[in-house]
Design a protein around this ligand. Structure first.
Ligand code: ASP
Ligand code: MG
Length: 415
């Protein structure tokens, strides 16, 4: 079997869905399982619904109507036959959602989030599956929650691989299936999610459990580039990346491939193709075994909104194991993500990301015991396969606050 994954951008409107058909006809869709995300920015729209429900902001019905109309407009553009059962099925999903909102008694935000946000994927797959059937691409819609079983860590659920592979092994490899990305189910039958942008991971789970021939992630760019074209001129297409290089790139923050996606593929040596759903002539990027990088070129990863914190002891004594383990504990307790560490005799610097709004708490705690200086809103550049020229280019971008080099990887903190 082969696995395809289409993200939100590929199914954001009726034209997009017709383009998916073009891709399938061009590339073949026999023995294929297709994983699809919520349409366009619908996951964000569902997050708005969740917030208005949770905080009773008064615009709940309006936010639901927005999502409903978005999908109805796409269906109206796709289906000439207004008695296609998909119209009823979509209404049923909205009825289910409303029923949850009316009867839920839990106040656990993460639980509520997962019960609501998953409708984005349920809606998109219902619509795409019905459309493909209508135009003669016979397929079977499956509820991914019956296959991917997880624990109950809502919003970041952990996959139960044993149960999941058992369930997935019951699929018929000669069919065309349509499944939701992002979703799973816990033992109580509640919906769980695998983390934002988790549909790549869903596709990798299927690929792994089915020992698929390949996984193709269809994107609106030609493949994996050596830099984000929004921030770098002359971004270049990478033709081949090894699993380990891709894992390193994801570790440093490259956002093209969801980091969890790679391991399940690497373990079974399943190649990952990243290709453009517009430009079918481009062969895209292959991630697989073998050479680290073709072409061998510096790769740039930018992380914005970083905070550089330099810490020293109040009595100017050395920063040694005891202080360091103490500082790491405070970082960990406050769920701060450390993206760079530099240590000298009397000072210890970290570049961190405040994902959960805990920075103030962290600093307050830290200042009780240490001398601390903070620089907010700095940029962290990572260059893999760095060359002098590449480093110079980044150094031109501002004041270099910190620079660190390890085996071909150079990191620069810039203000
Ligand atoms: N729809 C989900 C999100 O936007 C999952 C995904 O697209 O991968 O985060
Ligand atoms: Mg998405």
């Amino acid at each position: 079997m082969k696995i395809y994954k289409f993200g939100g951008a590929s199914v954001k409107d009726a034209e997009g869905i017709k383009n998916v058909v073009r891709v399938l006809r061009n590339e073949g869709f026999k023995n294929t399982l297709i994983v699809i995300s919520a349409m366009g920015k619908m996951t964000n729209a569902f997050e708005k619904i969740i917030n208005s429900y949770q905080h009773k902001t008064g615009d709940l019905q309006q936010n639901i109507a927005f999502v409903r109309e978005y999908h109805l407009a796409i269906m109206n553009a796709l289906f000439k036959n207004k008695s296609n059962p998909v119209f009823r099925e979509v209404e049923t999903l909205f009825e289910e959602l409303n029923k949850f909102l009316a009867t839920n008694t839990s106040s656990d935000y993460n639980f509520i989030y997962d019960q609501i946000v998953g409708y984005g994927e349920l809606l998109s797959t219902k619509i795409v599956s019905a459309y493909l059937n209508e135009i003669g691409i016979e397929n079977q819609w499956i509820d991914v929650r019956k296959y991917i079983k997880t624990d109950d860590s809502y919003r970041d659920a952990y996959v139960n691989w044993e149960l999941t592979s058992k369930n997935i092994s019951t699929l018929n490899p000669n069919k065309l299936y349509i499944a939701q990305g992002f979703l799973g189910e816990d033992v109580l039958g509640n919906t769980t999610t695998l983390g934002r942008e988790g549909s790549d991971y869903t596709a990798a789970i299927f690929a792994h459990c089915l020992s698929a021939k390949s996984l193709t992630i269809w994107k609106d760019v030609d493949g994996v580039l050596n830099a984000d074209p929004r921030y770098f001129e002359n971004a270049q297409l990478l033709h081949q990346i090894s699993y380990s290089e891709a894992i390193e790139m994801a570790f440093y923050g490259a956002s093209v491939i969801h980091p969890k996606t790679l391991k399940p593929l690497e373990n079974k040596n399943i190649p990952l193709f990243v290709r453009s759903f517009y430009n079918l002539n481009s062969s895209g990027t292959t991630v697989g075994k073998g050479i680290d990088l073709i072409p061998e070129t510096p790769c740039f990863i930018l992380k914005e909104n970083q905070i550089l914190v330099s810490i020293s002891a109040l009595d100017f004594s050395f920063m040694v194991e005891s202080n360091l383990s103490d500082i790491f504990k405070i970082l960990h307790d406050n769920k701060l993500k450390v993206n760079l560490i530099q240590n000298s005799a009397i000072s210890f610097s970290v570049c961190i990301e405040d994902k959960y709004n805990n920075f103030q708490q962290f600093i307050t705690e830290l200042m009780l015991k240490y001398k601390v200086s903070v620089m907010e809103n700095v940029l962290l550049y990572t260059i893999r396969h760095a060359t002098e020229k590449a480093i110079n280019e980044i150094e031109q971008k501002g004041e270099v606050l910190l620079k660190q080099e390890t085996r071909g990887t150079v990191q620069l903190v810039i203000k």
